[in-house]
Every structure is written in C-alpha cells, then in structure tokens.
Design a protein around this ligand. Structure first.
Ligand code: ADP
Ligand code: MG
Length: 410
C-alpha cells in the first residue's frame, strides 16, 4: 500500500509542501475563525462582565452543533481574547478547559478546576463536594476572572449522571450576590441530550444557546484558504485542489460540513504529495487522501481514550478485520490478552474489561448485542460504520505515541 509511510515521522521528504505542519494539528487554534464572528460576538456579550471587572453575575452558555463546526476552537479563541483583555487590565485570567471524554467524573473536573485556580493547594482525599466548595471559596475570595469550559458535556451526563451536572450548575447557588467573576461554557454535539435532561437542569442550561451550523462549500473554501497560508509553502497547493475538498465536505453538496474533516484531508493530501516528493499538492492527491479518511473516525476522539480503552478497541478492530461481523466476548478476551502482552501492558480483569467495552459503546466506537448460544448467552461486539482496517491503523499510531514504540511489531 502506497500510503503506508504517511505516519512515519522518520520519513523526511526532500522538498516538503509544508511550511508549518502544526497549523493543521488538532490542538492548533487559529488566530481568527471565519464564519464564526456571530458566535464569538454572542459569547463576548454574555461574558463581557468578566473582562470588564464587574462581578456578581454568573452566566452560562450552551454551544450546540455537529462535529467539526468549530465549537471547541471558538471557545478556545474566546478564552484567548478574554485573556488578552484581562491582561491589559493587569489581571490574571483563568481559563479552565475540560474535555469530558477524559475528565469523566465530578471529582476529576473539580481537580482540573483547582489545578487552574490554585495549583499548589492539595486536593487529594477530598470528596467532589469538598472540591467544589473549595473552588467556590477561591472564586469568591480572589475574584479571579474565570471561564470554565465543559466540552462534550453530554458524555459527562451519560457517565456521571444528571445529578453531577446539576451540582456543577449550582456551583454558585446562594452566592449570587457575591463578587464572583465566573462564566461557564457547556459544549455538546448532541441536541438530543437536552431533551433527556430534567426540567430544572434543562432550563438552567439552555437559557443562552449558541448554535453552530455545518459549513457550506463556500465557507469551507475560505477556512481552507486561511489555513493553507499558515501551513503550506506558497504555491504548494492550488485552489482547484482546495475546491475538491470544499465541494466534498460542504453541507450544501451533501457533505457533513465538518471543518475538521476538511482540514484532515488537506493535511493528508500534503503528506501524499511529500511522499511522492513532488513539492505540490494536486487534486488527485486530495481525492486519494479523502478515500483514506472515514468521517466517522474522529482521531481527536480516539486520542482522548485511555490506553486500556485503545488496546481494547484495537483488539476489536483486529478481530473484525478478519472479515467477520461480530466477535464474541470470549474470543475477544483471548485476543485482548495477547494484544496487551504485545504492548507490554497488564491485561484488565473481566469486570474492568466489561466496563471498558461499555464505555466504548457509550462513546459510539463499538456496538454490542447479546445472543443465545446453546444454553447460555454471550455478548457480541461489533463496530458501527467504521472500516476495521482504518481503525486499526489509526489506533496503532496513537498507541505508539502513548507507549513510545513498544510493541510496534504486530
Ligand atoms: N470557522 C473556522 N475557521 C477556521 N478553522 C475552523 C473553523 N471552524 C472549525 N475550524 C477548525 O476545524 C477543526 C474542527 O473544529 P472544532 O472546533 O474542533 O469543531 P467541534 O468542536 O465543533 O467538533 C479545528 O481544527 C478548527 O480549528
Ligand atoms: Mg469539539
């Protein structure tokens, strides 16, 4: 397969098309976000009091929209704008970004907030409630201008439950008159989750909703053009090549309107051009890159999985790659044990492993169903619409990054 070298970092092409590849990475937040001016302005209006040094108001906003519509990037850009405004006033702005795919409990979230507010205060041994109380008293006492972002909050509700979200929402109840300068942003890709909430939680969360709609081809074209200026050498990619991406992904052309997907295709097309040492990305490189990317595999989401979850998912991908629709729990467990050995990891016991599978299912990476065999029942594990071989490739790469090269020879 020609594509094989693409993730190999030791491969340095003689004349790369890239000027700065980092501008295409997941963590990168561009200095401006075309077509998100309205959303940023709304955020600015909701949270103006934080930058202006007033207190006592405690606002919340909910950012809702499909994957790749710029929710995370907008919240982070907003954070850096506020930071700059506060800096001008000589104030230390606290921006707490929590991804609920990683921080899944009230305790972990509380810890994350404490790390940002007062990294030297010990939090070990505290209960989630005690942690939150500490957070509140710090906010009151120091009047830090603070924004807390809970990204993928629907997942937090799924794992920690509504009560946990309710506790967080009420973090400042009874302190409304006090001089706090806190704003909370909640982000979710799922509209459905709003309807599943109890009335109290819902009405508290949905007072300020900011919608993010999928991008059109035209919008994607400007987004890509801006990004190309940062990431590619001049003249290394033609606008025709960009048009192929924008037209493929644009929502008005039947695509997902997902900017992440568009940028990923752009990056891979650049890698293909580099591999062939051509110094220029052609429309055909773009088409080839698109054929290797599956929109349902969000590397960003895969990245946030824990190592044990990644190994379990890799095991499933390897099993299903053999051409079967489902793998049985028993077969999976055997294969999982040898996979762990390969990576030098300790295999999880049955109960833990079961939890891992259930988590993966909740996150939408696997599907399960129970069937009768003989006199007993067994669980079958399958994949949603994700090709097993692509999943295998992506997770292997991420695991190598996590573990550092151990177990590469599989
Ligand atoms: N309007 C935009 N302009 C420039 N880049 C954008 C824009 N919207 C999204 N992106 C980029 O697309 C990718 C996905 O955006 P992200 O904020 O992660 O989407 P979401 O959180 O809604 O899934 C990121 O790399 C982001 O920088
Ligand atoms: Mg996001």
């Amino acid at each position: 397969m020609l594509y094989m070298n693409e993730g190999d970092l030791s491969f340095v092409p003689s004349k790369s098309v890239f000027k700065d590849e980092r501008a295409l990475s997941f963590e990168y937040v561009p200095p401006s976000l075309p077509h998100r001016e309205k959303q940023l302005k709304m955020l600015m209006n909701f949270f103006r009091y934080i930058a202006e040094g007033e207190g006592g108001l405690y606002q919340k906003a909910l950012l809702i929209g499909d994957v790749g519509t710029g929710k995370t990037a907008t919240s982070k850009l907003f954070g850096s704008i506020l930071e700059e405004l506060c800096r001008k006033r000589g104030e230390d702005f606290k921006f707490v970004y929590v991804n609920c795919y990683r921080e899944r409990t009230l305790f972990l979230i509380g810890q994350r907030i404490m790390e940002a507010l007062a990294p030297s205060l010990p939090t070990r041994g505290l209960s989630p409630q005690e942690l939150l109380r500490m957070v509140v008293s710090l906010l009151k006492e120091k009047r830090f201008p603070t924004i807390i972002v809970l990204d993928e909050v629907h997942y937090f509700v799924k794992t920690a439950g509504q009560d946990a979200l309710y506790n967080l929402l009420r973090i400042l109840e009874g302190y409304y008159e006090s001089e706090v300068r806190l704003g909370m942003l909640f982000i979710s890709r799922s509209k459905n989750f709003i309807y599943e909430l109890d009335d109290v939680v819902r009405s508290s969360l949905t007072r300020n909703i900011i919608d993010f709609v999928p991008y059109t081809s035209h919008q994607l074209m400007t987004i890509l053009q801006e990004r190309v200026k940062l990431a590619f050498k001049e003249g290394a990619i033609s606008s025709e090549a960009l048009e192929v991406i924008a037209d493929n992904v644009g929502v008005d052309r039947g695509g997902r309107g997902d900017a992440r997907l568009a940028i990923e295709i752009l990056w891979r097309a650049g890698k293909i051009a580099d591999m062939r040492g051509r110094g220029e990305v052609t429309p055909d490189d773009v088409r080839e890159a698109s054929s290797f990317i599956h929109p349902a595999i969000r590397i960003e989401d895969l990245k946030s999985l824990l190592v044990d979850e990644k190994v379990a998912l890799l095991t499933i991908a390897k099993e299903l790659k053999r051409g079967i629709a489902y793998t049985r729990m028993g077969a999976f467990k055997d294969r999982y044990r040898s996979e762990c050995e390969l990576w030098g990891l300790r295999a999880k016991k049955h109960t833990q492993l079961w939890k891992i599978i259930k988590n993966l299912e909740r996150m939408g990476f696997v599907t399960t169903k129970t069937v009768s065999i003989g006199r007993g029942r067994t669980t079958l594990i399958g994949l949603p619409s994700i090709p097993a071989f692509l999943l295998e490739k992506e997770i292997s790469k991420l695991l190598i990054e996590d573990i550092g090269g151990k177990g590469v020879e599989h």
